[in-house]
Design a protein. Structure first.
Ligand SMILES: [Fe+2]
Length: 291
């Protein structure tokens, strides 16, 4: 299968043309896709018309899909996964009979890493657009290899051996998760601790590894010092020189490397419908191995 690779020209991201994901890919094409993903961190594949089965098959080229993180909804008999596909999460603002069909609503989702509040965050996620609003709802990505490589020395030395607590209490839309209390003292933030620098297990490159800014804390530091350090590192990491923003069209599929990019979503009008199906790929515990 002849594929064409078009880098975005921004700090990360590339489009791959020539793939039809309604069918399985041959091993050579799979390797091209994975190498392009390793090189560019975010892949865009446009003009697809795929089923959930196709989405899951494509996801398996990268690893084992993790079940959608919607246990509470599922337990209440209100699964936010399509029937028969518990590994597919519906990301949507649409409601049916007053009940949301998916998660995250229509608000802004600030810069974050998916599921980094867990000991083993996902390695990547795949998002497929079924319905998109006429404006808003863009997804942005930031290249954390570049953020690591360009860190000022003063920040680098402070972060080198530090870990950070990744808040589990709020979701990426900023809502309190069921069973959690609002964090008032960041030294008590619930969630996994990960090194602030991360070695990518496939490329061996180092990346800055941030989860979400709110309620983050660097254990061992006074709160004011931790806040100042994290504010500085977040300002560095999310500067526009490291980012690329995607304006969605129906049929677009994006896959991002959750080990080396931050992502965010713009808000959009809640009168407009946005329906995405997402899979998430199992990952392992972040580590940092000095060069
Ligand atoms: Fe996310």
């Amino acid at each position: 299968m002849a594929v064409e690779i078009l880098p975005t020209g921004a700090a990360l991201g590339a489009e791959i043309r020539g793939l039809d994901l309604r069918r399985g890919l041959d091993p050579d094409s799979i390797e091209v896709v994975k190498q392009t993903w390793r090189d560019h961190l975010v892949l865009l594949i446009r003009d697809q018309d795929i089923s959930d089965a196709d989405l899951v098959r494509f996801s398996r080229y990268f690893g084992e899909p993790r079940l959608a993180p919607l246990g509470e909804a599922r337990m209440k008999g209100r699964s936010r996964s399509p029937e028969g596909y518990p590994e597919v999460a519906i990301i949507s603002n649409v409601t049916k009979d007053g009940i949301p069909i998916g998660s995250l609503g229509n608000g802004e989702a600030i810069w974050h890493t998916d599921m980094s509040y867990l000991e083993e965050p996902i390695m990547g996620a795949i998002l497929y657009a079924l319905e998109v609003p006429p404006s808003g709802g863009d997804t942005g990505f930031a290249n954390m290899y570049l953020a690591y490589e360009t860190l000022p020395d003063e920040l680098r030395s402070k972060l080198e051996d530090s870990v950070c607590v990744h808040d589990h209490s709020l979701n990426s839309a900023g809502f309190l998760r069921r069973g959690y209390e609002e964090v008032t003292d960041v030294t008590q933030t619930p969630g996994a601790r990960h090194p602030l620098f991360r070695t990518h297990p496939e490329t061996g490159r180092h990346a800055l590894f941030l989860g979400r800014r709110r309620n983050a804390y660097v254990p061992g530091l006074p709160v004011e010092e931790s806040d100042a350090l994290l504010d500085a590192v977040w300002a560095h990491a999310t500067q526009s020189a490291f980012t690329w923003h995607h304006r969605w069209q129906v049929g677009d599929l994006l896959i991002w490397d959750n080990r080396a990019v931050l992502h965010r979503r713009d808000a959009f009008d809640n009168d407009d419908r946005r329906v995405m199906h997402r899979t998430q790929i199992e990952g392992d515990r972040p580590y940092y191995k000095r060069a």
